[in-house]
Structures are given as structure tokens and as C-alpha cells.
Design a protein around this ligand. Structure first.
Ligand SMILES: *Cc1c(COP(=O)(O)O)cnc(C)c1O
Length: 449
């Protein structure tokens, strides 16, 4: 047997089954896949194996083409009970946010067109009025994520000047967002204030010089300082800012519009509270506790926001039409006071134990397997560290829980579950209603495998 026994690409293109590959994937990509199959056959022959038949080469090429085109970004079933799961795409969108996005995506829209005047308009108007009405702020600006919102503020208002930050707030959020690095990128100079566990108002007043441009307050988000610790309140910082004519940026991270304490959780700082206390600028994410698409939202004083709007960086971090459509539809739910019925993140936060138990119980019956146990869900998304919500889990006793969890990940759609105390557990809180059927199908298949 030798390499000469291998067919040419041209011969393979005429072989049975090649026409179907060309019809499905186009000729250029099919040729690439056939070449790849021939290359690996050549290597195998050199290692002493027999040359594959033409049909074998065609079928391998078909598999290659399938794997090349399989999207790596795919919908999954989140059975982990972590509501705002950053690795799983943060907030699932409400039905009306999905509809709004699909409508502007599929055609032309009034993105930057003033329909009344029949002339050029601004993309800034779409979410601004809604945000102003919801938060009580003078003005609002949407950018493509909260990291960009903070970067824009620091660049536009503090470039080459000093920003005061308490040492208790030099935080790192998941995904490489670090306050000192963002500051560096903006060209602003970090002036650390106080100590790791205790910072007093006097530390801020003593740090202010002619070089000071801004005071930054960052929400701890995903960690807690306990014990002997203190920080000035937002109101105190705003007071100092007013005395010295310095803007204060309150980076809330999650930015809740509803009070999480009403749902048995700790109190996550609310945007309306920061606005009411008089924060000149408040920054938060669109896809954490707002439950909308990825976005960074700034609300606050109009003169400051107008300065930001005019800065060249605002153009580089502007949101696209799908973001604005989805965000506006999501904000509408809060205005209509229907967030807990419509926005998935809030539906999940407000789900009662009775409803969760009933769902898990129904699954156990349909599967004829698994035991109901009490467990805890978490909010995630860098909010409410250590806070959990009581839930009911479906616990599956399987021989090798990690191998079983892997089988679930290989389902279509993939199912992401937790392994706890040598059992695979499934939390109904984060499984969307229309995913129940594929979830049960996937679990059933994994149990039978
Ligand atoms: C999450 C978070 C950010 C980053 O927000 P993204 O929308 O992910 O860019 C910034 N600051 C704080 C305090 C956060 O919690």
C-alpha cells in the first residue's frame, strides 16, 4: 500500500456523496475538508495503515464540515441555580425584549432618525427618557457595557488628573475588570485613600489637591468586608465633592431597580437611592440585576452627561440598535411594575419555594428517578455575595457524578448542572419554562446511557 493509492481531490469531488456535501456546504469549503481528510489519510498511511476507501474519505469530510460549522456559541440549559451566571451569558431576556430586538434587527429602524422632523436624530434618545423616569435622574447615557461606562467617565473627566478611591474599593470583578487598571487605561492617576479595612471621610478631604478631578466609589459587588472596617457613606462623599466642586462617580455594578430585600435577600444598592442622595454620576450594567441586554448605563447630572456624550470615546463605546431595543423593552417592564412577572432574572428571584418544589417533584415523577432535597440558589453576577435563596433540588444518585455531569453537558442543548455531595443536582429556579422538555429528555438519555 502506498500514498499513490489515495485519490485526488478532483476524483473525490466526483465520488458518490460529494455532491451532497457541496450542496450543503458550498464547493470551496468542501474542497478544504476533502484536502484535510486526504492529509490525515496520508499521515496514517505513513504510519503503516491501509488507505481508506473513497466513501470513507467522503464521510470523514462530512463530519469535518459539520464540526467546522457547529457554532461554539450555543444556547444551554442553566440548571446550576446561579441566576446571573456570567459564564452562561448573564441575563436571559424577556419575551418582549426578544421581540423588540428581532424587530429592529430584521429591518431598518429609527435608530438615528427623527420621525417628526424627517431628519437626522440621535440614538441617545431611545432609552434616556425611560431611565430618567425610572431613576429620577436628570439625564442618562447608554454605552456598550459598564466597564466602558466607567472608562468613559474617567477618560472624559479625569484624564491626566487624580481620582480618589478608597483602598477598600480597589476591586477586581470577574473577567479582568480591575479598578486600578481601568484608571490607568483612562489616563487618570489613581490616588489611593485610607487603608484596606478602614477609610474615613477625613482621609478623602486630606487627599484633595488642585490635581484632584473626581471621587470614585465602587460597589464591592462580589465580596464582603467583615469585622473592623469602615468606609465613608455615599452621602458623605457627595458632600465632600460639593464642597470642593468635584464630581462623584458611584459605580454600582449590578444596579438594582427593585429592592432585593423584598425577596429574602440582602439589600443590593439601588440606582434610585444613589440618585436621591445626589450622586452626580451613577454607573451600572444592563445585564445584571436590570435583566436586559449587555449595556453600561450612566445616569446623573445633565451637564456631566453632556460632556461625556461629546467625548470622542463615547462614539467608540456606543450601543448598537439591538441593545437599545432590548434595553428599552426591559426598562418598560419596570415602569409598568411587572418586572417580577416578565423579566426572567426577577421571575427567578421571586420564584416561591412551593413552585420550585412542585416543578422538581414533577420532574422526579416524569423521570421516575431522583430525590427532592432542599438547597440554595444564588443571584450571581457580582451581586449579593454570601446571600442565597432557598430552593428545592432534584438530586440524582449516579455512579460517577462528574462523568454524568459531563454527559449532560454533551446533550443537545447542553445541560449545565452542579455536583454536590457526590450527587448531580438540578435547580429548577434557573431552568426556563420552555426548556423543561429538552431538560428531561437530556437527563433521561444520560440516565439510560
Ligand atoms: C460588574 C461590574 C462592572 C463591570 O460591568 P460590565 O457590565 O460587566 O462591564 C464594573 N463595576 C462593578 C462594581 C461591577 O460589579
Amino acid at each position: 500500500m502506498s500514498l499513490r493509492d489515495l485519490p485526488s481531490v478532483d476524483r473525490l469531488l466526483g465520488a458518490e456523496g460529494a455532491g451532497e456535501l457541496i450542496a450543503a456546504y458550498g464547493r470551496p469549503l468542501t474542497v478544504q475538508a476533502l484536502r484535510a481528510s486526504l492529509d490525515s489519510a496520508r499521515l496514517a498511511i505513513q504510519e503503516g495503515q491501509d488507505p481508506p476507501k473513497d466513501a470513507e474519505l467522503i464521510s470523514r469530510s462530512g463530519e469535518t464540515l459539520q464540526s467546522w460549522l457547529l457554532p461554539s456559541l450555543r444556547p444551554v440549559i442553566n440548571a446550576t441555580g446561579v441566576i446571573i451566571h456570567t459564564n452562561l451569558g448573564r441575563a436571559p431576556l424577556s419575551a418582549s425584549a426578544q421581540r423588540a430586538i428581532s424587530e429592529v434587527a430584521s429591518g431598518y429602524s429609527s435608530l438615528e432618525y427623527d420621525l417628526r422632523q424627517g431628519s437626522r436624530g440621535s440614538r441617545d434618545v431611545h432609552a434616556e427618557d425611560l431611565l430618567v423616569r425610572l431613576t429620577g435622574a436628570e439625564s442618562a447615557l447608554v454605552v456598550n457595557n459598564n466597564a466602558a461606562a466607567v472608562l468613559l467617565v474617567l477618560t472624559a473627566l479625569a484624564h491626566a488628573r487624580e481620582v480618589l478611591v478608597s483602598r477598600t474599593q480597589l476591586i477586581e470583578i470577574g473577567g479582568g475588570f480591575r479598578i486600578p487598571q481601568i484608571l490607568e487605561q483612562s489616563g487618570a492617576i489613581l490616588r489611593e485613600v485610607g487603608t484596606t479595612n478602614r477609610t474615613h471621610l477625613k482621609d478623602f478631604t486630606e487627599a484633595i489637591t488642585n490635581e484632584t478631578a473626581l471621587i470614585l466609589r465602587a460597589h464591592h459587588s462580589n465580596f464582603k468586608i467583615v469585622g473592623f472596617s469602615t468606609e465613608p457613606s455615599l452621602a458623605e462623599l457627595i458632600g465632600v465633592g460639593q464642597t470642593h466642586d468635584l464630581p462623584v462617580l458611584d459605580d454600582l455594578g449590578s444596579g438594582a431597580l427593585l429592592d432585593t430585600a423584598l425577596f429574602g435577600l440582602g439589600h443590593e444598592p439601588m440606582v434610585q437611592e444613589s440618585v436621591r442622595e445626589g450622586a452626580p454620576l451613577v454607573a451600572f450594567s444592563g445585564d445584571k440585576l436590570i435583566g436586559g441586554p449587555q449595556a453600561g448605563i450612566l445616569v446623573g447630572e445633565k451637564t456631566l452627561l453632556d460632556q461625556l456624550r461629546k467625548h470622542p470615546m463615547a462614539r467608540a463605546v456606543r450601543p448598537d440598535k439591538m441593545c437599545l431595543a432590548g434595553l428599552s423593552a426591559t426598562l418598560n417592564h419596570f415602569l409598568r411594575d411587572e418586572a417580577t412577572e416578565t423579566i426572567p432574572v426577577w421571575v427567578m428571584i421571586s420564584a416561591t419555594e412551593a413552585v420550585l418544589k412542585q416543578r422538581a417533584d414533577q420532574w422526579a415523577k416524569e423521570l421516575g428517578s431522583g430525590e427532592l432535597i432542599q438547597g440554595r440558589s444564588t443571584v450571581g453576577g457580582g451581586s449579593l455575595p454570601e446571600e442565597t435563596l432557598p430552593t428545592w433540588l432534584l438530586a440524582l444518585d449516579v455512579d460517577q457524578p462528574n462523568a454524568f455531569a459531563e454527559r449532560l453537558r454533551n446533550s443537545d442543548p447542553p445541560i449545565i448542572a452542579r455536583v454536590e455531595n457526590d450527587r448531580v443536582v438540578i435547580d429548577p429556579r434557573t431552568v426556563l419554562p420552555d426548556q423543561e422538555e429538552p431538560l428531561l429528555r437530556g437527563v433521561q438519555a444520560a440516565l439510560e446511557a
